[in-house]
Structure formats: structure tokens, C-alpha cells
Design a binder for this molecule. Sequence first.
Ligand code: ZN
Ligand code: ZN
Ligand code: ZN
Length: 376
Amino acid sequence: MPASLDTFTCRLLRARHATQVAGLDALLVTPGPDLRYLLGVAGESHERLTCLVLPADGDPALVVPALERPGLDGTPVLGLGLEIADWPDGDDPYALVAGLLGKSGSPPAWVAVADAMPAAHVLALRDALPGCAQTLASAVLAPLRIRKDSAEIAALVAAGQAIDRVHARMGEWLRVGRTEAQVGADVAAAIVTEGHTAAAFVIVGSGPHAASPHHDVSDRVVRPGDVVVVDIGGPTPEGYFSDCTRTYSLGEPAETDVAECYAVLQAAQDAAVAAVAPGTTAQQVDAAARGPITAVGLGERFIHRTGHGIGLEVHEQPYIVAGNDLALEAGMAFSIEPGIYLPGRWGARIEDIVVVNDSGATRLNHRPRELAILPV
Ligand code: ZN
Ligand code: ZN
Ligand code: ZN
């Protein structure tokens, strides 16, 4: 269910209001997740400037290269009544932005730029707006994006179902005698087949590689008794990401302490999900995941935060980490992904996406969380 024109109109109004409240003169947003959130426009920033200019007092405008103007046909942008300020090659788009911002009479003193804006644009805008300080747009936009509306939650639910279907088929590809890279290529293709527009990441960490949380794939051949961490995800057509980890074993694990440690990991993941509720802080959820693992002396082997927010980016706010005293609210979506990593031997992780509901958490991933033993 794509977001409607009303949704984007509402988001633009809320973003402008937040810009005013922050005391900023304007928000400058280049292509990326923020622009997709505000206007429904996908794509990346190039060397030619595309930029939403959202003044705190005044009407928004979209600066766009003339050759990309036809590409806006059929997008929500044309229905939003924005001024489209196109510029031909050879013109100065930064001067165009300065002109749009100067319409009200006084030049801007403080603007927020999209966090992912390329430095080339940031510095050129700085030069075009002398005396104007810059800050990050996340100060204004993250509080809006962090709470998902019903259409966004529906998109995340669909993403979760799509990646669950890929994990359900893992036995087709993850077999003894194949390399991690061969397995990963098949998984990547299935990520697309099952409803994503791309495979954003495919981690197949077998044997000792499972002890490296962000391992990619390699030419290592999967062997009987290997424990294998498979962490996969990608964006759906609406732009919302899946991200789900399951840990597999090719037959019974060769290492003797796997069953015992894995049971602790599963308890940790359950404890963290159970801790999620409106008003609970992000760091309390992190602590809940750490408790059972620390209790058996493996705290040092859980070497990353418990989770990250997810939406139009794979990693976004809220971060579920010690020191983050943000109180959770209904509509926030994030991963719960504790892991145990024993260097040189094996590792395991269990990752689900959850959405905060009125009293707790709704899991968006539903594959069994036990160690999945595949036939050898
Ligand atoms: Zn990760
Ligand atoms: Zn993941
Ligand atoms: Zn994750």
C-alpha cells in the first residue's frame, strides 16, 4: 500500500512545523531516505543537485536538474503543489537554492541539511549561503520518522513476511560442499523473488566465520557440523527494509557447547522482546538482552548493541544500546538481535524486527528461533 498524497502533504507540514520549533530557517533535503519519506521520491544524490527546499516560513520548492524533470511524472511530487525549480546544465543550482531561501527578504542564518547529503553539496551550499550555519536534518526529521504510521507498519510487515519466506527455503541452498558465496548468490536471488527490489545484504558466516557479526560471504566450503549465521534483508517496493537473522547447523553441531550457549541466546532474545513496552527505555531493552548472556559469563562475547531502528533505512533511530535513555513509544520499529561470538570457533545470532504496540512488542518475523538443523 503506497503512501497517499495526503500522507506526504501531512509529512511536509509536520516537517515545516518541526523546523519552526527548532528555530531553523529551512530544511534542505537531497535524495535519500528523508526525501523518500517527505515526497515519496526514491533515488540517490548525484553530482547534479536535486534538493527539497523547505523554508520555515514559506512554500516548499524542489530544485531538480532539467533532464530529471520528466522523471517526476507519475510520482506523488506533482500532486503536492510544490514549486518545481528546474535548472539546466551550466547553471548554478546552489545560487538557485539561495534565491529560493532569500524570497522572504532576509537571508537564512541557520539551515538543516539531510544527514546523507554528499559533502560536495553541503560545502557548495555553505559557499552559496555566506554566514548561514548548517546542522543535521535528523534533529528535525528523526523524531517524525521514528514513529511509523499504519501504512509504514504494513510495509514493514510485508517486508518481514518476504524475508521469512527466504529463511523458510534455506535448506534448498545451504548445503555441505557449497561455498558461502554460492549459498549467498542463491539467497540474494530469492530475496528478490520473494518480494524485495534488491538484496541489500547477505551474510553467510559458516564455522569460525559465524563469530564475525558482519561477515559477508567467502569461498569457505560449508562442512558437516558447521554452525552458520545467515543475516539477510532488502527493501520492498515501498522502500521499507527487512532484516532477519537465523542460525543454522549442518547436522548436529561439531562444537560441543553450541546447544547450551544457544539456549542462553534464545532466552536473551525472548527477554529483550518481552521487555519492550511503551515507556521502557532503549537501554533497558539492551540490558534485558544482556542479562541472561552475562549471567553465564558470556557477556564479553556479545560484542554489539542489541538492535537498531528500521524503516526506509536498514539502520536508523532508535538504537537499542546502553546509554540511550529514549523512552519507547507505540509505532517505533527496531531489531532485537543479540549474538554470542566465540572467535576461531563459532557464533550465533537471532534477529527479529519488532514494532512497539500499546502494551508490548509485535514481532514481524515468525520463523522458528531454535537452532535450525539442516540435513547433511
Ligand atoms: Zn548488523
Ligand atoms: Zn541483520
Ligand atoms: Zn539488524
